[in-house]
Design a protein around this ligand. Structure first.
Ligand code: ADP
Ligand code: MG
Length: 652
């Protein structure tokens, strides 16, 4: 060390790397500078942990009876903040070693990334911190006075303005521990306000296990009288209240935790004001030590609110915060879940840097994911009402999981709920329930894709199913096409889109299907001529035109004769890809429907009837619209007006 630290009286030079770090920090634009407090409090907490351990075997220490605590004093007038602890303290050599070189792993990572730009640096400051030196983001002068726990040591004072040197001098301090006196930069005056400190402590250090007290120094010059200030100071001393909650709820025995404590904790953690839908308290030691409190929030909205733009669990190791917004501990589709995870197996000191890719993290992820899934499944089985709420808020994430997470698919499939021709707008049906109430002879699970429930009610595909009272699942979410594409079947029963040209129908009893038509029957020759005319008007916008077998109330419909599930994605692609047109489909005409029958007759009467092409275009547009596939409905206006004009003229 002596090679880079030159002793000039009591002025010492920082190591080059520290100088470099300080220089970057002093000019840092990092916005959440409040994290310096987390770093200093975590150091104080470490020092307290160490003296606590020492005291187990050794009572020959300075101030053996002192309360293990952290105290903050904010002086707005002097623009200072003092943080003191009754921890293990430092002697002269330790001050030089610890505050003259880089101890903190985050600081080292920070330096390694120094060349990689602002974003990389900010991420490290935010996620890992850079240890003690982060104080220079807010301080223009720092004095550390410390007295080691060893009775024969003197107190020493370290001070620095954050440039290239620090100074050391003997100090008088009769009590054990460390006091850090910070003179704040002008633009960091907020940290001389108790309320600001308190909110930061609750945010970042709430579960530090030692009490943290905050005191605002009332200054007589600050407005009030000396007497008032003294009174206020006394009031503070009378009832010192630790700002932090201290009890690490997740490390307690679940049987000793009250339900409202979970709610309270959830609200502190997430800044929510509602009740969580679910909470899980996980306590396990195998295969990995795990203490966790996991919440499914009450609503989805809040997790999307700008207050919490980041999702992810809060990771602790033995109550020390390692990382907020950890995204590795759960699969992405569970990102609506909030909570705290603590593992004693995670090594404390190196963990902030190496938490990513740590094999322990994978084990924890497996355990956590399994438990969350299991709990939601139990909810589905045991509490229909609550599960319904879950589904309505978070069902979309379950669908995402089915599509994106093959490992979880089997379990998630049973959580899926759908609207159907039977449930309408009021209820939900699971695939299991659907399968259980399938009709005699029904072999597949039918679904229809559409833009919304209202337009599905008019879907021509449903004619047959209505007439036969066969349940059809209504799929209206943009993601649904992906769900059917990746599922394909459920317990051996294929999922079939009702627009399938080769629809498998149970007991195909055509006699039961009677269109409400008073039109004169159309001969085969008349119908074939109409089919030809449809083809010539629509051209390659249709793959073919043919007679419909299963239509009742609808004049026509579009069906897909492709085997592939690709078409289930057409609606999604139309919504997301500019200029997308779905591949041509087969147009089926209901020969018994009045419109079709009358068109056939009109064609025979006058092959040049001008209304024919307009009517054909409009029927095709209607079919596209009902599929949610019309590229530009405004284009229909011209046909509609032409048809209207003719209808009105006929009555005039
Ligand atoms: P880290 O905490 O990761 O070791 P820091 O930069 O935060 O890195 O702190 C550097 C070192 O300074 C600590 O390891 C510790 O030895 C010492 N230190 C800092 N604050 C205190 C304190 N309040 N009491 C005792 N030692 C401290
Ligand atoms: Mg530290």
């Amino acid at each position: 060390m002596s090679d880079s630290i030159s002793t000039a009286g009591e002025s010492l030079e920082y190591r080059t790397e520290v100088k470099q770090l300080l220089d970057i920090l002093a000019h840092s634009l990092y916005t959440d500078r409040a994290i310096f407090l987390r770093e200093l409090i975590s150091n104080a907490s470490d020092a307290l942990n160490r003296i606590q351990f020492e005291l187990l075997t050794n009572h020959e220490v300075v101030d053996a009876e002192a309360e293990l605590a952290i105290r903050l004093r904010a002086d707005a007038t002097g623009r200072t903040l003092t943080i003191s602890d009754t921890g293990i303290g430092m002697n002269r050599a330790e001050l030089i070693e610890n505050l003259g070189t880089i101890a903190h792993s985050g600081a080292r990572a920070f330096l390694l990334n120094a060349g990689k730009g602002q974003a990389a640096q900010e991420e490290i400051i935010g996620q890992f911190g850079v240890g003690f030196y982060s104080v220079f983001m807010v301080a223009d002068r720092v004095t550390v006075t410390s007295r080691s726990f060893r009775p024969d040591e003197e107190a020493w004072r370290w001070s620095s303005t954050g440039d290239s040197i620090f100074t050391l001098e003997p100090a008088t301090k009769s009590t054990r521990g460390t006091e850090i006196h910070i003179h704040l930069k002008e633009d960091a005056a907020e940290f001389a306000q108790a309320w600001r400190l308190e909110s930061t402590i609750r945010k970042h250090s709430n579960y530090v296990s030692f009490p943290i007290f905050v005191e605002q120094v009332e200054n007589a010059e600050n407005g009030g009288t000396v007497a008032e200030a003294a009174e206020a100071a006394e009031a503070v001393q009378e009832a010192p209240q630790a700002v932090n909650r201290r009890t690490a709820l997740w490390r307690q025995n679940p049987s000793g935790v009250q339900p409202d404590e979970y709610t309270d904790f959830y609200q502190q953690l997430t800044l929510a004001d509602d009740e969580p839908l679910l909470h899980l308290h996980i306590v396990t030691d195998a295969p990995v030590n795990l203490r966790a409190l996991i919440f499914v929030p009450g609503t989805r909205e809040r997790t999307q609110a700008h207050l919490r733009p980041e999702y992810g669990l809060t990771l602790y190791s033995r109550k020390v915060l390692i990382q907020e917004h950890n995204k590795e501990l759960l699969p992405e589709h569970l990102r609506f879940v909030e909570g705290v995870v603590d593992s004693e197996d995670l090594p404390l000191n190196v963990s902030r840097e190496t938490v990513q890719g740590n094999p322990l993290m994978r084990q924890m992820r497996r355990a956590l994911t399994g438990r969350v899934h299991k709990e939601i499944k139990a909810l589905a089985e045991n509490d229909a009402e609550k599960f319904r709420r879950f589904w309505e808020e978070f069902g979309i994430f379950v669908k995402e999981g089915v599509v994106t997470d093959p490992a979880s698919q089997e379990l998630l499939v049973d959580l899926l709920r759908f609207r159907s021709s039977r449930t309408g707008n009021d209820g939900w049906v699971s695939l299991k329930e659907y399968a259980a109430r399938m009709q005699e002879g029904q072999e597949v699970i039918y679904y229809v894709l559409g833009g919304d429930l209202k337009s599905l009610a008019h879907s021509p595909h449903l004619d047959y199913f209505r007439a036969h009272d066969i349940e059809v699942l209504y799929l209206v979410d943009a993601i649904d096409g992906f769900v059917t594409t990746s599922l394909r079947d459920y317990e051996g029963k294929a999922l079939q889109n009702v627009d399938d040209a080769n629809l498998v129908l149970p007991a195909d009893d055509e006699s039961a299907v009677q269109p409400a038509s008073d039109a004169a029957p159309v001969s085969s020759a008349q119908f074939d001529a109409l089919v030809k005319r449809f083809l010539s008007v629509l051209g390659d916008r249709v793959k073919s035109v043919r007679e419909a077998k299963v239509l009742v109330d609808s004049p026509c419909r579009l069906v897909s004769d492709e085997e592939s599930y690709e078409r289930d994605l057409e609606r999604f692609r139309r919504l997301t890809e500019e200029g997308y047109t779905a591949p041509a489909k087969v147009l089926e005409l209901n020969r018994k429907h009045a419109i079709i029958a009358n068109l056939a007759l009109a064609l025979e009467k006058n092959p040049n009837e001008p209304l024919l092409p307009a009517a054909i275009e409009q029927l095709f547009d209607n079919a596209l619209l009902l599929e949610g596939l019309h590229a530009n409905p405004v284009e229909m206006v011209a046909h509609i007006q032409q048809l209207l004009a003719a209808a009105v003229a006929a009555k005039a």
